[in-house]
Design a protein around this ligand. Structure first.
Ligand SMILES: [Zn+2]
Length: 412
């Protein structure tokens, strides 16, 4: 017999809006079966857990790299490590990444940087109290292009190669396709300001993915990379840093194009600044790139990136939150709340910022969660404090459920 239980909080966010007076959420099996007012009294045989703080749907991180703990001190090299490590060692890191995510209330993750399809084997571990996983497999890139060391490099000049890359991923059972449309900071020699592919071969690749029922998201740091990816018909743009010589601001015409195309943007905001390497320890290729785009002050640059996120909102672009967890030490797994806090710092209303990591994110990932609503998966989070008044309360989880099963949180 399936038992019914309830959780009650004086503050609640349902994935779209704050519920005045809080809520009593009824759960049966792995689903939410009712969302009532806080004063609602369920039948006598339904146990009710009263929780202080704010009750909300478990968070959804739309951009993670589970194969990397991000823990290599001071260097951005742990993704490279994954490219050469033994499968068992990679599996161990993936499990550790998933544990860190769920302990922080992230109940679904979208992995966009796998190596050797290891992450696919870690889907379906919700029964162990681990997050739901949506995964792209290794990102498609060019020889020696961004993240080539993850094994997804393809020569676009070789006839049929991009098509075969999609067919291989579909055959492996990936949930979506990731392509590197520009270079990136993590890969010396790749060009963040350029485009890795021409629009015609990239469009054929996107069409092949769509024919296989797979969405395509593109890593795009440069304006030109974003333009090529949009021209190719991708469904989502990652980072969308809009870099060009001497600039990191999104051109208005590009924002209009993204909105008209209906593409999702994941701006991968948020860093644990205490884990930034000192400037003196940054690799020369990173310093050179910062100089080319005109960044002299890191804090000022991050503040501007947060402020630019409001332009996405103002243009009606669909935005989801993802930290890029694992990519580097300043982006540890489980710190998605920092992405949401950056949107708020940039000027987003708290409820809309939260939606980018709950209802909107779940929909974008194809996960039947992200809302306190009857029929949805019972992925739930309680945090210590009033999120409406202080969004950083998101960084203080006190209870997490995945599919109605309570997760053991580490004692802090
Ligand atoms: Zn990434």
């Amino acid at each position: 017999m399936v038992t019914r239980w309830a959780v009650r909080a004086a503050r609640a966010f349902d994935g779209e809006r704050f519920l005045p007076g809080g809520a009593t959420v009824l759960v049966e099996g792995d689903r939410v079966v009712g969302v009532e007012a806080a004063a609602f009294r369920p039948a006598d045989d339904v146990p009710v857990t009263e929780v202080p703080g704010t009750l909300l749907p478990g968070l959804v991180d739309c951009h993670v790299h589970l194969v990397s703990s991000g823990a290599f001190p001071g260097t951005p090299g742990s993704l490279e490590w994954a490219g050469t490590a033994a499968a068992a060692a990679v599996d161990e890191v993936i499990t550790g990444s998933l544990r860190a995510q769920v302990a922080a209330g992230v109940t679904s993750v979208r992995d966009l940087g796998d190596v050797a399809y290891r992450v696919l084997d870690h889907r379906g571990r919700e029964g162990e109290g681990l997050p739901r996983v949506v995964a792209s497999g290794p990102p498609i890139t060019i020889p020696l292009g961004h993240c080539w060391f993850l094994g997804g490099d393809v020569d676009p000049d070789e006839p049929g190669a991009l098509h075969r890359a999609v067919v291989e991923r579909a055959g492996r059972g990936v949930d979506l396709v990731k392509v590197m449309a520009s270079g990136g900071f993590l890969t010396p020699g790749s060009d963040q300001l350029g485009a890795q592919f021409d629009v015609v071969p990239l469009r054929r690749m996107v069409e092949a993915a769509h024919a296989a029922g797979l969405r395509v998201v593109a890593h795009a740091h440069s304006v030109i990379g974003a333009e090529v990816a949009l021209g190719a018909g991708v469904d989502g743009l990652e980072h969308f840093t809009c870099m060009a010589e001497g600039a990191t601001d999104p051109p208005v015409a590009l924002l209009d194009r993204v909105a008209a195309a209906g593409a999702t943007v994941c701006p991968t905001l948020g860093n644990d600044a205490s884990r930034f390497p000192p400037v003196s320890a940054m690799p020369p290729h990173v310093l050179e790139m910062l100089e080319r785009i005109g960044i002299t002050d890191r804090d000022e640059h991050l503040a501007r990136a947060a402020a630019n996120s409001v332009k996405l909102r103002d243009h009606g672009i669909r935005v989801v939150s993802g930290l890029d967890a694992g990519a580097m030490p300043a982006k540890p797994h489980g710190h998605l709340w920092r992405s949401i806090a950056e949107l708020v710092r940039g000027g987003w209303p708290v409820d809309e910022a939260l939606a980018t990591a709950t209802s909107v994110a779940a929909e974008d990932c194809g996960v039947d969660a992200g809302r306190l609503a009857a029929g949805r998966l019972a992925d739930l989070l309680v945090v210590d404090g009033d999120v409406a008044a202080d969004v950083t309360a998101l960084g203080r989880p006190t209870s997490v459920w995945v599919g109605g099963v309570a997760v053991d949180l580490p004692q802090s």
